[in-house]
Design a protein around this ligand. Structure first.
Ligand code: B12
Length: 434
């Protein structure tokens, strides 16, 4: 009797498990995810087609790490990187700028297409060096900057990108260079403005994990393990109630880093859910934002570039006609207050009504056109327009200053060409040191 009731329970359990398995086999979400992936991939492919956008190495990496390809379009984009982007790098070098992050991304992009890295050179100061030799020099220079002023001239995100690019290209990274990164992590020196920079921790995690995989000699192996643990913990602790890790624009990189560091896909379930929701909402319409998310959604990370072979690749990705962007009916005007706080602390407030749904860039342009004392200008970057000058005051990265943009006291999470004004608000643009 006892035996038969236990058997009965066992049968019921089996039936429930069976039903669940059958449901899972149908995976109603699987086909939705598949079409979201395809649309994100196509969005990136479309972005490289647009001639008015400069080639972007981060987008190239995402296209190349993807499982589906359009080999002709990817090859065209590679050519544009090797000409237009390459020229931009040489121009910056001519102006005496550090190009660490852009050069590292460029090398990763070339690696993602299995391009021979020894065949490309940069010319500057009458010197002709391979990209890798020049990257090594810049990273050494940054190491010296950290030694003297306790921080890099660029930032730790770019320093990590540099280490990662050398590592996946099979170039030895000096133990002094990696030690400086580990030290910065351990001493909480990696910030985005005032707060801990989750994106840079993710990049540092991938860079250091690559060194560990490769068995690169470091100053102290125990320090490497400790730092990787610290990073893993900080990334896991960045989890928010809605599943984002850090924020909607950090989650892709954090997931990539966690996967690279050996965390199971299942452990990132909430983060994946948040990413799918954001893809659905169109949060990643900026190509570089999409480029940091697509690899994560395909369970890939930049570490995979190390073993990329570019053989027998799929070539089925086509560009469907772009679905016309939803024309947002403009429901009248919203009032905007723009407060500018200069480095001296002096503040001025400007008011304007703008069409609902305008980008902050459009709103600021309207304000500028009113000729009531507000002016601004921007600089181009891989993320788009970076606000650099307001009322003729420049917040220079070389002076470690920038214009921090907040709405109702909260730092906005997008650039001025992406941030939309949908309700009346008080925008503060403050010249801030970091
Ligand atoms: C470092 C950094 C900064 C530094 C840059 C200076 C420095 N010395 O390091 C500082 C603190 C100034 C900064 C400022 C801002 N940042 Co920032 N920043 C980064 C970070 C961590 C790395 C950028 C980098 O070096 N990339 C590598 C190099 C090779 O690429 P690059 O394009 O040449 O880099 C330059 C530009 O990216 C530019 N930049 C930095 N941040 C931003 C943000 C925007 C919107 C734009 C257009 C440009 C830009 O500065 C970089 C160095 O010169 C990224 C993280 C990421 N996931 O990419 C966030 C990131 C790009 N920043 C972000 C944001 C939101 C901002 C701010 C808008 C915050 C605010 N509320 O004010 C401001 C920009 C305001 C403005 N004036 O226009 C978001 C952008 C998200 C989005 N969808 O647009 C990111 C992705 C962080 C995140 N996960 O949320 N940032």
């Amino acid at each position: 009797m006892i035996y038969s009731s236990a058997f009965c329970q066992f049968q019921i359990t089996c039936m429930i498990v069976g039903a669940l398995l059958a449901l899972a086999a149908g995976k109603p979400w699987a086909s939705e995810h598949k079409s979201l992936l395809l649309s994100l991939n196509q969005q990136l492919l479309r972005s490289v087609e647009t001639r008015d956008q400069p080639p972007n190495p981060s987008v190239h990496i995402a296209l190349r790490l993807s499982t589906e390809h359009n080999l002709a379009k990817e090859s065209e984009h590679l050519t544009r990187l090797k000409t237009e982007f390459h020229d931009e790098i040489e121009k910056s070098l001519g102006n005496g700028e550090l190009v660490l992050g852009r050069l590292a991304l460029y090398i990763l992009a070339l690696r993602s297409s299995c391009h021979d890295l020894q065949s490309l050179h940069v010319n500057h100061n009458h010197l002709r060096e391979t990209l890798l030799i020049h990257l090594k020099k810049e990273i050494e220079e940054e190491k010296q900057n950290i030694a003297f002023s306790h921080r890099p001239k660029t930032n730790y995100y770019q320093y990590s990108l540099g280490i990662l690019a050398l590592c996946v290209s099979g170039v030895r990274v000096s133990a002094h260079v990696s030690h400086k990164l580990m030290h910065a992590v351990e001493h909480g020196q990696i910030k985005h403005g005032e707060s801990v920079c989750i994106d840079s921790h993710a990049m540092a995690g991938m860079a250091l994990q690559c060194l560990k995989h490769e068995g690169t000699a470091v100053k102290d192996n125990a320090e490497l393990d400790r730092t990787l643990d610290t990073i893993r913990q900080r990334l896991l602790n960045s989890k928010r109630a809605n599943g984002h890790m850090g924020g909607e624009f950090s989650t892709g990189l954090v997931v990539q880093a966690l996967l690279a560091m050996g965390i199971e896909v299942e452990e990132c379930a909430a983060a994946f859910e948040a990413l799918w929701e954001d893809v659905k909402k169109g949060t990643y319409h900026n190509p570089i934002a999409a480029s940091q998310v697509l690899p994560a959604l395909q369970h890939q990370s930049y570490l995979e570039l190390k073993s990329k072979e570019c053989r027998r690749e799929d070539d089925t990705l086509t560009m469907d006609a772009e679905s016309a962007p939803e024309a947002l009916p403009s429901h009248g005007q919203v009032s905007l207050q723009v407060e500018v706080i200069e480095a001296s602390g002096a503040s001025s407030v400007f008011s304007i009504d703008v069409p609902k749904g305008s980008t902050l860039f459009e709103a600021l342009s309207l304000l500028q056109n009113k000729r009531i004392g507000f002016t601004f200008s921007t600089e181009e970057s891989l993320w788009g327009a970076f606000l650099s000058v307001v009322n003729e005051e420049q917040a220079r990265q070389t002076d470690r200053r920038y214009w921090l943009v907040s709405s109702e006291g909260t730092s906005v999470t997008q650039g001025i060409k992406d941030y939309k004004i949908v309700s009346a608000q008080h925008i503060t643009i403050k010249n801030t040191g970091y």
